[in-house]
Structure formats: structure tokens, C-alpha cells
Design a protein around this ligand. Structure first.
Ligand code: NDP
Length: 326
């Protein structure tokens, strides 16, 4: 079976396509024939070795996948069931989706929502599911389209594109922050009503600025997140899920103590199963499948090495689906 395998020996990091056998697969009670995976930011870090996300070697990267059960010792899943998986350390500490077959724990799997093909589920992927977790976090704190606009940073990225599309469909006024001037039309088609140049947000700013948005979904971190917080309206919520610019947060407490702003952290990897099911259910209801198609491109395993480098330079638009099954 074809797989991407990353390895580290004598401080030399390698990633290549190789053949693995079922006997090589890690322990788990369900074996899945992987049809599609995706390229998430973390996968690009794993393929290039740019950041130590892989914590066991050799490793098959791929933090998510969708496919069909081919063997099961679990009462919950039978051969032939369509399933999907996001996170749980898959692709980091347990072999992941960049192989034609994966063996995992049944607790990590989710039955495929009937609304999606395996390909559509991976067009959404971990980035899109995280975008929905961010929307749920805003709603938990009382956000509604009546509260005011929501700003989305890293807007042409995977998390950003899906977030813009969901929020617009839900009726929010969406402000998109992007560094890609050539993609303004793309963001408008997804539903953004205003676009801000990334440069305006990415330099050190004032501790408090004009109140501009009632909510935010930030996948960028660093000064961008600090500036997002500084311009959030009284009582607003910022859902933070990413670090595309940096993992630092050079902010002050003023937005919290003078404007009652809430900073809501969002993690997709160890998110409890009921919340995952809720997020995937909401994706089925609140994401326009035509827009999903517009924001996705498909590649095979061979194409990932170059794309991973481009993604870390911020050069990828939307979602990358990986067709794993040959
Ligand atoms: P993408 O690479 O698809 O998107 C990131 C976007 O961020 C880019 O397209 C670009 O958008 C913007 N960006 C890139 N570099 C910079 C920079 N230096 N300064 C400002 N903006 C920049 O990644 P994903 O959407 O898949 O993931 C985004 C982030 O979210 C990553 O850090 C990832 O690790 C994190 N993440 C976290 C999860 C969690 O569980 N918390 C789950 C999934 C993702 P533009 O050109 O439009 O400005």
C-alpha cells in the first residue's frame, strides 16, 4: 500500500512515498480503507519538518481522513461503514491519513454524515471542522447576526475560507482579513462584505482601538490577534484557533477589563466527541456545498511535497483534498 512516510535519523528529516503493508500498521480496533485525506497547516509542518509536530518516527502524516471500514473489532462500526476522523494525534503520534489503509481506535471515528461524500468531508477536513468549532464558540457566548459584524483573519486559508462561507450563510456581516489582494473576488463570492488588507492588522497596534466587530475567528495569532481583540466591540467574543503568523500574543488586558471581551480558545484535536458530532451536523446544515467545491482543489500524495512548502509561506488558497486511494 502506498503511503507517505516521514522519518528522522541522525537529525536528518525525510519524507517520501513508500510501500507499507498491513502488518506495519499500528494497533487499533478499526481498519479503514482511506479514500481521501487533506492538507492541513499541521500536515505541512509534518511533511517539511518545519516544526516538531511529529512526535514518533517513522510516521505516516495526515491528521484527517475519510473512507470505508474494511475490518472492525468494534461494536460501533461494521465493514462497509463510511467514516471520518479528525485529530486525536493521528498523523502526529499515530499513523495517519496519507496511506491507503489506516488502523485506528473506534473512539476516534465519526460516522460519515449522510449529507457528505467522503470527498466533500475532506474538502471540509480538519480546517473546516475547526472553523465550525469557532462558530459554535461564538454562539456559546451569545453571538448572533444581530450582534454586529464578525471578522475572519487568514481569510483565504482553509479555516478562514470555510469560516467566511458559514458565517455569511448564517446571515452575519463578514469582514475578511487577507494578504492576497488578487483574491478579493473569491472572498466576496464566499460571502465577505468587506475586505481588510492583512498589513493593516499585522503590525503592533494600540491596546484599544475603535470598536469595529462583535466577533472574530482568528487563525493567525500574534499582533493580528492582539489587534483583533483591541477592536472588538463591548461584550464581543474572539475565537482563537491558529498561529499562521506566530504563537505569541503581544496584547494587553484592556479589551477584557474595559470592554468585557471574551477570548475563546478552540482546539480540534482533543475536542470531545459530542461536540465533534455537533460541529459535523452543523456543517451539513450551514455550509453551501457549491462554495465548498469552489474553495477546494484535489491532489494526489505525490503533489503534497511542493504544496506543503507553499502552504507554510501562506501561498495556498482554500482547501486541498488529497485523493489517497489509487
Ligand atoms: P492555511 O495555510 O490554509 O491558512 C492560513 C492563512 O493565514 C493563509 O492562507 C493566509 O491567509 C494567512 N497567513 C499566512 N501567513 C501569515 C502571516 N505571516 N501573517 C498573517 N497571515 C498569514 O492554514 P489553515 O487554515 O489550515 O490553518 C490556519 C491556522 O489554524 C494554522 O496555524 C493551523 O495550525 C491552525 N489550526 C488549528 C486547529 C486547532 O485545532 N486549533 C485546527 C486547524 C488549524 P491570507 O493570505 O488570506 O491572509
Amino acid at each position: 500500500m502506498k503511503a507517505i512516510l516521514v522519518d528522522k535519523a541522525d537529525d536528518r528529516y525525510t519524507a517520501q512515498i513508500t510501500d507499507i503493508s498491513t502488518a506495519d500498521l499500528p494497533a487499533g480496533d478499526v481498519t479503514v480503507g482511506v479514500e481521501y485525506s487533506t492538507l492541513n497547516y499541521k500536515d505541512s509542518l509534518a511533511i517539511t519538518g518545519a516544526s516538531p509536530v511529529v512526535r514518533r518516527f517513522p510516521m505516516v502524516p495526515g491528521i484527517d481522513f475519510a473512507g470505508t471500514v474494511v475490518d472492525s473489532e468494534s461494536e460501533e462500526f461494521a465493514v462497509g461503514d463510511r467514516v471520518l476522523l479528525n485529530g486525536w494525534g493521528v498523523g502526529e503520534t499515530h499513523w495517519g491519513g496519507y496511506a491507503e489503509v489506516a488502523r485506528v481506535e473506534s473512539d476516534w471515528l465519526i460516522p460519515m454524515p449522510s449529507a457528505f461524500t467522503t470527498q466533500q468531508a475532506m474538502a471540509i477536513g480538519t480546517a473546516g471542522y475547526t472553523a465550525m468549532l469557532c462558530v459554535l464558540a461564538l454562539e456559546d457566548h451569545g453571538a448572533s447576526p444581530m450582534s454586529g459584524p464578525v471578522v475572519v483573519t487568514g481569510a483565504t486559508g482553509g479555516v478562514g475560507s470555510v469560516a467566511v462561507a458559514i458565517l455569511a450563510k448564517l446571515g452575519y456581516d463578514v469582514i475578511a482579513v487577507t494578504g492576497k489582494t488578487e483574491e478579493h473576488e473569491y472572498l466576496s463570492r464566499l460571502g465577505a462584505s468587506e475586505i481588510i488588507d492583512r498589513a493593516e492588522m499585522s503590525e503592533p497596534g494600540r491596546p484599544l482601538g475603535k470598536e469595529r466587530w462583535a466577533g472574530a475567528i482568528d487563525s493567525v495569532g500574534s499582533h493580528t490577534l492582539a489587534n483583533v481583540l483591541a477592536s472588538t466591540k463591548y461584550g464581543g467574543t474572539v475565537a482563537a484557533c491558529g498561529l499562521a503568523r506566530g504563537m505569541d500574543l503581544p496584547a494587553t488586558v484592556l479589551p477584557f477589563i474595559l470592554r468585557s471581551v471574551t477570548l475563546a480558545g478552540v482546539d480540534s484535536v482533543h475536542c470531545p466527541r459530542p461536540r465533534r458530532m455537533e460541529a459535523w451536523g452543523r456543517l451539513a446544515a450551514d455550509l453551501d456545498l457549491d462554495l465548498l467545491e469552489e474553495m477546494s482543489a484535489e491532489v494526489r500524495l505525490e503533489g503534497l511535497f511542493e504544496l506543503a512548502r507553499r502552504q507554510l509561506e501562506g501561498g495556498i488558497k482554500g482547501r486541498t483534498i488529497v485523493k489517497v486511494k489509487s
